[in-house]
Design a protein around this ligand. Structure first.
Ligand code: ZN
Length: 115
């Protein structure tokens, strides 16, 4: 399935896939953060500060899953709920992010031509 990852300024991640929007909505992201504190405790240990915890080398989440410290099912349910929370609260922000990303790409390709 084609996926697009978008990082939000507040540290959230949006995974844009067809079908994701059909999952149940989750409106209380604070409650989500509390209930998945064990999952999020790994985030700070990733090699990259902007780690998306998908396929980066040195990702503490992926390592925890490999070690068996974190169950893949729990990680998947965290990601699904997180994605829904971002959609519910930050749909506008998400679209702005996508737009900015696109503009940045256009800007950098223009700069290349000048050189
Ligand atoms: Zn990571």
């Amino acid at each position: 399935m084609r996926r697009e990852l978008v990082l939000l300024p507040n540290g959230g991640i949006v995974i844009d896939t067809p079908g994701m929007r059909e999952l149940g909505m989750w409106h209380d992201s604070e409650g989500l953060d509390r209930s998945f504190a064990d999952v999020e405790s790994y985030f700070g240990a990733c090699r990259f500060a902007d780690c998306t915890h998908t396929s980066e080398p040195g990702c503490a989440v992926q390592e925890a899953i490999e070690r068996g410290d974190l169950s893949p099912e729990r990680w998947m349910s965290y990601r699904k709920l997180k994605v829904e929370a971002e959609y519910a609260e930050d749909r506008g922000e998400y679209l702005r992010c996508k737009e900015q990303k696109f503009k940045a790409i256009k800007r950098s390709s223009r700069a290349d031509k000048k050189r």
